[in-house]
Design a binder for this molecule. Structure first.
Ligand code: ZN
Length: 89
């Protein structure tokens, strides 16, 4: 019920970790600190979307978003510097 406060549920495009964005901008993955690019799903807009400057902007690390309960348990055990799930690329 309190999901409105948590913002939208996101899934990190880099490490795949699910988290809530807390309605913050920019959205930064709390697990790997990668910037989350919001992909707007526009089906009836054939015109090409210009790349926004935000796509290039380096987001400054802000307060971490809330991670899913499962991840919170994981992180509580091995902090956040463990990179066992780090992507190869
Ligand atoms: Zn991530």
């Amino acid at each position: 019920m309190a999901k409105a406060e948590l913002g939208a549920k996101r899934r990190c495009l880099t490490c795949g970790a699910p988290f809530y964005d807390l309605n913050r901008m920019p959205i930064v993955c709390p697990k790997c600190a990668a910037a989350f690019q919001v992909v707007e799903i526009v089906r009836s807009a054939p015109k090409r979307a210009p790349l926004s400057r935000a796509a290039y902007a380096r987001p400054t690390p802000v307060a971490p978003a809330i991670v899913d309960a499962d991840l919170l348990k994981e992180q509580a055990e091995d902090d956040e510097m463990e990179d066992g799930e780090a992507p190869a690329i």
